[in-house]
Design a protein around this ligand. Structure first.
Ligand code: NAP
Length: 500
């Protein structure tokens, strides 16, 4: 039913943008609830999102796989507690087939624009190349960490060697015997550096800010453990729930009231540094000066040992510019390299960019979001009816598995789409409801470590925290359990008149 006709209360048609964990989960949610008229547009070449793109050496999960999987599709075959990138990608591919989504995915289909047409109450979706399709609802699941960010530095195009972002790993480049500069020391660098350290001749780690790094309690899961998990009823579910609760118990870490106990964590993480690094100068370089918890605590057993190696040097200045031979750092020192790997993160705060999204009365989403994205529950945006986001503003999690939140968002979007179809009207969150929600959200954030001024990707340049949720996952699940119709305009009438 992709014609430009008004919504009539018939089975809704839905466009889903993105086929990572979020988009695939949303498609499965629709499929399992009988909404079968949907298309998943994926700009890449298949299912997986960041778990397809990020195939750099060492790429693996930093959340235990029993919880980093859909709650309705527990996997018992992980080779280790923290699954590898290849395993996670294969898991997602299997899910897409098992739940009947695979045949509705359009790969190599980048959505460039989406515009709400008020007379018909439908979304016109435009693909690169110009093709247009019409839908009753739009689910945007483009992720927060899907657009690699390479700093726009002077001379970046002049480098004579090879350079690429960690999320765009170039398999044709052999690092053996090369001088490699890794820029960044976040989650990607912490996995990559130990994986390549044995191969390279020199390794320069450009670490603008150090991160707190804890132990990764990883272990291989032997075939007999997997068999037990597979065959004992309820065991995989129990494992999932216990891991989930263990992670949920970390929520206090994000609150300032936890400060008296935070000292113990600092001591423990400093002890790890002392135990694994003997050089006092290197210890000083890798010790953060900000509160643990306000940035993602990274997990690695081999990051510090890798930095200890004699052919590895940690530089603590930012990159100032790039030359044909390598990097010039902010103190004027130089780093010569054959290969530069940019582990410099993603444009995490620019939600839904670069899709041109037009709402009611011709309003433009990215203009309205100039000083930072805002939404209601991280899902709905006032003025953009029947548009639902998965992993939208302020729904990132530094304490527990994101998959839980993605499932709650998919459930919410599905419920709203069902209500909209039943009424034959569109739903547009009221401006005052969205504003109140965000006022309260920012107020709660002010009592957390996220606003204590540490480096990180979850705030805008002006310092507004737009990426993370300031509470427990249980609280988010409660807030999104049921669509509250009073929070929405229905069509162009208030809900009261529809009820009447
Ligand atoms: P990131 O955490 O944003 O780290 C980017 C790094 O680049 C930081 O060290 C940053 O320094 C540095 N940087 C940025 N611009 C720079 C510049 N101009 N000069 C020098 N250094 C610069 O990126 P990421 O490591 O790719 O990780 C992003 C997120 O992806 C993680 O937080 C995590 O959620 C996710 N991730 C997850 C996994 C997993 O296992 N599940 C694995 C990898 C990534 P500053 O800190 O000073 O800004």
């Amino acid at each position: 039913m992709n014609t430009n006709e008004s919504s009539t209360g018939a089975a809704p048609s839905v466009a889903i943008i993105g086929c990572g964990f979020g988009g695939l989960g949303a498609a499965i949610e629709l499929e399992r609830n009988g909404i079968t008229d949907y298309t998943v547009f994926e700009k890449g070449d298949g299912v997986g999102g960041v778990w397809r793109a990020n195939h750099y050496p060492g790429a693996a999960c930093d959340v235990p796989s029993p919880t980093y999987s859909y709650s309705f599709e527990l996997e018992t075959e992980w080779s280790q507690r923290f699954g590898t990138q290849a395993e996670i990608r294969a898991y997602l591919e299997r899910c897409s087939v098992k739940y009947g989504v695979a045949r509705k995915i359009r790969s190599h289909s980048e959505v460039t624009a989406a515009a709400f047409d008020e007379p018909s109450g439908r979304w016109r979706v435009t693909l690169a190349g110009g093709e247009q399709q019409w839908f009753d609802a739009l689910i945007c699941a483009t992720g927060q960490l899907s657009r690699p960010k390479i700093p726009s530095l002077d001379g970046v195009d002049t480098f004579a060697g090879r350079q690429f972002h960690s999320a765009e790993w170039d398999d044709s480049v052999d690092l053996t015997g090369k001088r490699v500069a890794v820029v960044g020391s976040g989650a990607s660098a912490v996995q990559l550096v130990p994986a390549i350290v044995d191969r390279v001749e020199e390794l320069h780690v450009i670490q603008r800010s150090p991160n707190w790094v804890g132990n990764k309690w990883n272990h291989r899961t032997s075939p007999w453990i997997r068999r037990v998990l597979r065959t004992v009823p309820g065991l995989a579910r129990a494992q999932h729930n216990i891991e989930w609760l263990w992670y949920e118990a970390r929520v206090p870490l994000i609150h300032n009231w936890f400060d008296p106990l935070r000292g113990a964590m600092h001591a423990w993480l400093r002890f790890k540094i002392r135990r694994e690094i003997s050089d006092p100068d290197l210890r000083r370089k890798v010790t953060p000066d900000y509160k643990v918890g306000c940035n993602r605590v990274l997990l690695s057993n081999d990051w510090y040992p890798a930095l200890n190696r004699t052919h590895v040097e940690v530089h603590t200045q930012a990159v100032a510019r790039v030359t044909p031979w390598g990097l010039v750092l902010s103190d004027g020192s130089t780093v010569e390299a054959d290969v530069i790997v940019w582990c410099t993160g993603f444009t995490a705060t620019e939600y839904l960019a670069p899709i041109d999204i037009t709402g009611r009365d011709g309003r433009k989403l990215h203009t309205e979001w100039k000083s930072g994205p805002e939404a209601y529950l991280g899902i709905s945006v006032s003025g953009y009816p029947n548009l639902f986001m998965i992993y939208g503003p302020n729904t990132g999690s530094l304490t527990n598995t994101i998959i839980f939140l993605l499932e709650k968002q998919a459930r919410y979007a599905r419920q709203a789409i069902e209500i909209s179809a039943r009424l034959g009207r569109w739903l547009d969150v009221r401006r005052e409801v969205q504003d109140n929600f965000n006022r309260e959200l920012q107020h709660r954030l002010s009592g957390t470590v996220f606003t204590s001024g540490c480096p990180g990707w979850y705030h805008t340049e002006a310092g507004k925290v737009v990426a993370v949720w300031p509470g427990s996952h249980i609280a988010y699940a409660r807030a999104t359990a049921q669509v509250d119709l009073a929070a929405y305009h229905v069509g162009d009438k208030a809900i009261e008149s529809v009820r009447a």
